[in-house]
Structures are given as C-alpha cells and as structure tokens.
Ligand binder design. Structure first.
Ligand SMILES: [Fe+2]
Length: 239
C-alpha cells in the first residue's frame, strides 16, 4: 500500500478524518455471519430514499481529484497518483461474467452509478480496454456466494473510461463491528500491475472504525435523479 497516496486529495476529501483506520488489519471481511442492518431495504432499485449513505455536493472523484484539464491525457499531474490497494476479502469469486450493469430486475436498493477512468501512473493516460471486476453486498448487506448477483466485470472504452452501474451496498457485520458501505474491485490492464482495492462512501458512519478503510478510496457520492452517483479514477502502476 502506498502511503504516498495520503496527499492533497485526502486532505481535500476528508479534512481531519481519522487516520487511525489506516492502521488496520490485513484481512478482509472476516468470515463472520453477515448480519443485516440498516439500509432500510426498499422495494426496488432507483429509489433514492432507502440509503443512508452519505451525500455530498462535491462532484470530485477521489481517485483523481478535480482534474483541471477535464481528463485529458496531457501528462502526469500531481493528482494522478497510484490508487491504494485494499484487501481482497473472503467473498471474491473468480469468473464473473461481463455485464453492463449489476442491477437485476426487482433488486432492492438505491441505484448507484460510478463513473471514471482507468489511468496509467506516469503518463496519466487512459488505459483502453482495462477491466474492472466488481463485487459487493446487496442492499441488506448480503453477498451472493453461490452465483453472480452483484458480481460482474466491466470493460473500459478506448479512453479508459468506465461506467459501473450498481446499487448502494449495505452494511454487514465484520466481527463485532459493521463494515462501512464498500464496493470491491480488481482492476487489470495490459502492461500494468493488477490492483485489488475497495471503494468507500465519504461520510459513512462506519468508515472511522473500519480496519480497511482508507481515505483515498472514499468516493464523494451525490444525489441524482433516480439514485446516487459517484466518480473515481483508478491509477495503475506499469508492470
Ligand atoms: Fe466486503
């Protein structure tokens, strides 16, 4: 994990947010039962009212904050720094299919659309055809450990841009404490070291007590029509 990532973007996003979480443990979601809590499960996706995840008026992403150039590939910028890794956790399943959305008919929860780019450390250029393998808990905090519900791979376009449409994940117990809302991802691109990490929600009440939470991985989440939206750019290290 690159502690050098704790730079301006973290300050911008979190201010005095506790760094204690950075001293966290090694392994992911402990193999404890997944209690279901909060997140007031609603009847279907696209309700923007069921989630209590944070909202923010900010539109900046956390991976590459407020690129002044609007995302052009004109060379490295101070903000284009390697994305921090985070534990894989015990719920990863290999071989998830390629999808255009993780949302399935009738799925409960609040729609969440994460957009961003996958970039190369150094050039900061977009990585065409990079792949995000994403998995997460459902609205009630439960993983599908038998199938591919809320699991899927997404391929970036020629600019390295991606759209990950899903729902806001629920909280679940990890030992005696709840894990904050998070989306697991593994990001791969030709010529680059694979990245395994987790995306968090700025303002989640459980961020401060989670052993895996890293401020640089927190997304600013905004309310939008039909749900919520967030942005995050991944920056991969050339292999
Ligand atoms: Fe998890």
């Amino acid at each position: 994990m690159a502690e050098t990532d704790l730079t301006r973007r973290d300050v911008l996003l979190f201010g005095a947010a506790s760094a204690a979480a950075l001293l966290g443990s090694a392994c992911g979601d402990a193999a404890t039962s997944e209690a279901h809590q909060g997140a007031a499960s609603s009847g279907g996706v696209a309700s923007s009212t069921s989630s209590s995840s944070s909202s923010s008026s900010s539109t900046s992403s956390s991976g590459v904050v407020a690129q002044a150039d609007g995302g052009s590939d004109d060379g490295a910028t101070p903000a284009c720094i390697e994305t921090e890794d985070d534990p894989l956790g015990p719920y990863y399943r290999d071989g998830a299919p390629f999808k255009t959305t993780l949302i399935e008919p009738g799925m409960a929860g609040t729609k969440l659309t994460i957009t961003g780019r996958i970039r190369s450390l150094g050039s900061c250029g977009g990585l065409a055809g990079a792949v995000i393998d994403a998995w997460q808990a459902d609205d009630s905090g439960t993983y599908d450990n038998a199938g591919n519900r809320l699991r899927g791979r997404f391929r970036a376009d020629a600019n390295g841009s991606f759209v990950l449409e899903t729902i806001v994940p629920g909280w679940y117990l990890n030992g005696a404490s709840y894990r904050p809302r998070h989306v697991h991802v593994t990001v791969t691109a030709d010529g680059h070291a694979p990245l395994t990490t987790q995306l968090y929600f700025a303002g989640d009440p459980y961020n401060a007590t989670d052993s895996m939470f890293k401020p640089s991985l927190a997304m600013a989440v905004s309310d939008v029509a039909g749900g919520k939206a967030a942005a995050f750019d991944f920056v991969l290290r050339p292999a």
